[in-house]
Design a protein around this ligand. Structure first.
Ligand SMILES: CC(C)(COP(=O)(O)OP(=O)(O)OC[C@H]1O[C@@H](n2cnc3c(N)ncnc32)[C@H](O)[C@@H]1OP(=O)(O)O)[C@@H](O)C(=O)NCCC(=O)NCCS
Length: 171
């Protein structure tokens, strides 16, 4: 359904427009064009365009940091889907988790999410990420201070989940 391909300079207008639109800006922090480009070039970071193979269109982007982290703790820094509610977020995160644990040898994958971001929190929980704790009123937004949930998945949890999904018989 979707593939993750490296973001190029020609994609940055799309990325910035997606990040800055109100429906996303209320949930994700804002980066400069330079910071996005840095993530495209740095060995420790990955910046991918989410590409819908069926329609041959960009449907979002995702950023991962710490792929060379000495503690093998990989951060899903940001995900933005421009066509919400169609399963793109779930499909993207399934691929990101596989890459993190199988390609980057992560021991732990983590992220933070604003407490009022119910859609994202539902999605992360349903993928098996565990809530670790609440960072109370940790970020300043235009609507006031927002609390952030820290969430993570350990390698053992990813392997157990993969094994249980494989053992489900096909219909
Ligand atoms: C959060 C986001 C990445 C999810 O991607 P998506 O493609 O919209 O998500 P999906 O369609 O794959 O799945 C959404 C899930 O949330 C559920 N959902 C939708 N609205 C919801 C709500 N208000 N409360 C709880 N769950 C909700 C859907 O039912 C679906 O779950 P299901 O598959 O169990 O039915 C995307 O909506 C987005 O870009 N949001 C704005 C930016 C953002 O919040 N980024 C994450 C910051 S941590």
């Amino acid at each position: 359904m979707i593939t993750l391909r490296p973001t190029t300079a020609a994609d940055l207008d799309f990325v910035l427009a997606a990040e800055q639109t109100d429906e996303n800006a209320q949930y994700v922090r804002q980066w400069s064009r330079d910071r996005h480009w840095q993530a495209c070039e740095q060995a420790d970071e990955r910046h991918w365009i989410i590409w819908d193979e069926a329609t041959q269109r960009r449907v979002g982007y995702v950023i991962v940091l710490g792929v060379q982290d000495p503690d093998q703790s990989v951060l899903i820094k940001r995900i933005v889907i421009t066509e919400k509610g169609k399963g793109y977020g779930r499909a993207t995160l399934e691929q990101v988790l596989s890459k993190a644990f199988l390609e980057f040898a992560a021991h732990r994958v983590w992220l933070d999410v604003m407490a009022h971001n119910e859609r994202a929190r539902h999605l992360y929980r349903s993928l098996g990420l565990v809530e670790e704790g609440l960072l109370r009123e940790a970020v300043k937004t235009s609507a006031g201070f927002a609390s952030m949930w820290l969430m993570s998945m350990l390698r053992s949890e990813f392997m157990a989940r993969s094994a249980s999904l494989e053992s489900v018989p096909s219909p």
